[in-house]
Design a protein around this ligand. Sequence first.
Ligand SMILES: Cc1cc2nc3c(=O)[nH]c(=O)nc-3n(C[C@H](O)[C@H](O)[C@H](O)COP(=O)(O)OP(=O)(O)OC[C@H]3O[C@@H](n4cnc5c(N)ncnc54)[C@H](O)[C@@H]3O)c2cc1C
Length: 477
Amino acid sequence: MSKAASPHTLVWLRDDLRLADNPALYAAVQTALAQGGKILAVYILDENLGNAARWWLHHSLSRLADDLAARRGALVLKRGDPAVIIPALAHAAGAGAVHAARSFTPGLRAADRAVDAALKPLNIAFHRHLSVSLFAPERIVTKAGGPYGVYTPFSKACFEAGVSTEHLPAPEHIPGLTGMTGEALDDWHLLPTNPDWAGGLRASWTPGEAGAEAALARFLAGPVQDYDEARNLPGKPGTSRLSPHVRFGEISPRAVFQRASACGQSKGVQVFLKELLWREFSINLLWQHPDLRRVPIRPEFNKFPWAEAPDALRAWQRGQTGVPIVDAGMRELWRTGWMHNRVRMICASFLVKHLLIPWQAGEAWFWDTLCEADEAANAASWQWVAGCGADAAPYFRIFNPVLQGQKFDGDGTYVREFVPEIAKLPDKYLHCPWEADEKILTNAGVRLGRTYPHPIIPLSEGRNNALKAYERMKLGR
Ligand SMILES: Cc1cc2nc3c(=O)[nH]c(=O)nc-3n(C[C@H](O)[C@H](O)[C@H](O)COP(=O)(O)OP(=O)(O)OC[C@H]3O[C@@H](n4cnc5c(N)ncnc54)[C@H](O)[C@@H]3O)c2cc1C
């Protein structure tokens, strides 16, 4: 089949569910228009998503389908093996080329190889575009040509390389190929029904490209300037809350980077840009370590003496550890599908250090409950907290959740919102109710062990256990 005989183009959308600054979609539209052809836009269900991400995906796809329809386009939904579906659709549509965003997850990398191999005999070209990340991982390398294992030099190399200043407008017309049918979004049952646990997610988020734009505009209109300080305070809206939008590609990372860069030179802006590069670093790590979700980067941690503690894991998941800042974070996650970054670090540290529960169990819970659960950022962050990752916090540096709570939630706004049963405690005891005497507890309506749990483990005991376990690992016992 020659290109002249194949004027149509297939765009395979995956973690780039947007119209603006979407290189794959843009290239597909340009090619089709130049050849007088039409566009077949396809999404294939990612079956590995957790439940909160499935909720997000449903709404994101629904908005994307509306946005495409408003431009005369259409979205075809499919389930199954991309190496079968993409070539079959491209062939049936008479497409001369397939365009997609380049992905760095092991699953999509393997799928891309298989799709490429299946398209070749059909003489259909497969083009992948830089879209999900700011840089291709092989572009940011050390002087010796190897990958970076440490964040700071990596981020410096990114700043030196410079983020592309290109911005591709949303195509005005996306002439959809008619006659190609797919599956119905509702038939995928991505939304919870019985029980419907998504009320808090609905109240917290507006998935889709317009929601992403609104979140970015809100953040850049003010909070970005104080981001360096405010990002640590979970009781204040000091961060962008862009993560699920970026995760599903409802806004391009380079658009976020470019528009934040244009907000001046304040420390807030600079720190925000560096935070975006943590995402980039995680992508780079996943690219280097495809088994990042399961295998510690530092191999000595394979011998870490983790505990089997299903009851403690359950208490942690449910926000019933008796440690207020941990419980607030875990309940925020359950209610809204998101948790503040500072509190993520505290909750994760408590799980892997005080409770000695393997980081993979925490990663799995976040995978299921975070709207923005991401193979790269989630696994890299868990490994970082557990001390076994690239450039990780040393294991023996153990967060004290009481001091962390008092420092970053000093007025208790955050804990009071998510742990209302202790809200009436004075600030002094809010992060450590077990230190309050009976009179103070009674006045606040708190009965430890009845209305709110005793700490699941005394903090000093948890800390000592963690240090002992670390020593045992080092001694190889
Ligand atoms: C245990 C743990 C698990 C995490 N799991 C995820 C995850 O599954 N998906 C995810 O996107 N982030 C994850 N993070 C990183 C970080 O917590 C979130 O990206 C951030 O809290 C999202 O909120 P925001 O959009 O307001 O971030 P902002 O502070 O406004 O940052 C802007 C953007 O930069 C990126 N970013 C910021 N910090 C990081 C970071 N440390 N690592 C990677 N990217 C970052 C995100 O895309 C974020 O939206 C995790 C962190 C921890 C400690």
